[in-house]
Ligand binder design. Structure first.
Ligand code: PEP
Length: 249
């Protein structure tokens, strides 16, 4: 039985007071469980409020949505992996499609962020995914595996083995379109094979999450798909009760 991971990417939503109210409502629906992991990615300025709200719930983990790759210095507006770690984060999203496509982040930059996260003791959740045009051109695997190699190529295979991967087709993020469980499984399988090559290991402990318009109606089927180890959820993680029902899938 796999222990599923449920990761909530709040993106640029929930100011501190909303975040606190969300947690109060969510915790009322979600008691402590050993059989699944829950990770929240609040916006940086709401991070402290969520740390406070979760002080009695060490079973729930926290991550940041982004880091800069330098450890400290004159980089106005940025946060480092060391600051994130010291603030209570254990995870960081790297290469999210909104970072790649809205903010122009490159594959090389994703690699630098994985290296910075690893140095600071954060687990990177490396997001990979193809655009609709790339899917229609039959380039899904090529694009996803190239993004994967670029992101993990900056760290040792032992450190790469501590990462988490999220397959998030760009055309499915925030669009209401979802990959079918079979499509997700096929890409997850290709990612798994590439990871075995990168890690030079037959067994694979790196979880591979699916993300892209997951909701209460499709979460169970996606999670039941072979090779899907958890879900990375944006829009449907913003409502406390709705998110609790997905986490309890
Ligand atoms: C995401 O932000 O990673 C995501 C998958 O968003 P949504 O669930 O809204 O598609």
């Amino acid at each position: 039985m796999k222990q599923p991971i449920f990761a909530a990417n709040w993106k640029m939503n929930h100011a501190p007071a909303d975040a606190t109210a969300f947690m109060r409502a969510f915790l009322a629906h979600f008691g402590k469980r050993q059989d699944r992991s829950v990770i929240f990615f609040p916006p940086a300025l709401s991070f402290g409020a969520v740390v406070g709200a979760l002080k009695d719930r060490p079973d729930i983990q926290l991550g940041v949505q982004n880091i800069y790759w330098e450890d400290k210095g004159a980089f106005t507006g940025e946060n480092s992996a060391t600051i994130a770690r010291a603030s209570g984060a254990k995870y960081v999203l790297v290469g999210h499609s909104e970072r790649r496509h809205i903010f122009g982040e490159t594959e090389e930059e994703a690699g630098k962020k994985v290296a910075a996260a690893t140095r600071a003791g954060l687990t990177p959740i490396v997001c990979v995914g193809e655009t609709l045009a790339q899917r229609e051109a039959g380039e899904t695997e090529q694009v996803v595996l190239r993004q994967l190699r670029a992101a993990l190529g900056t760290v040792s295979s032992a450190d790469a083995g501590n990462a988490i991967i999220a397959y998030e087709p760009v055309w499915a993020i925030g669009t209401g379109k979802t990959a079918t469980p079979a499509d997700a499984s096929a890409v997850h399988q290709a990612i798994g094979e590439e990871l075995r090559r990168i890690l030079d290991s037959g067994s694979l402990a790196v979880p591979i999450l699916y993300g892209g318009s997951v909701n209460r109606g499709n979460a169970a089927d996606l999670l039941a798909a072979p090779e899907v180890d958890g879900l990375l959820v944006g829009g449907a993680s913003l409502d406390a009760q709705g998110w609790a029902s997905i986490v309890l899938t």
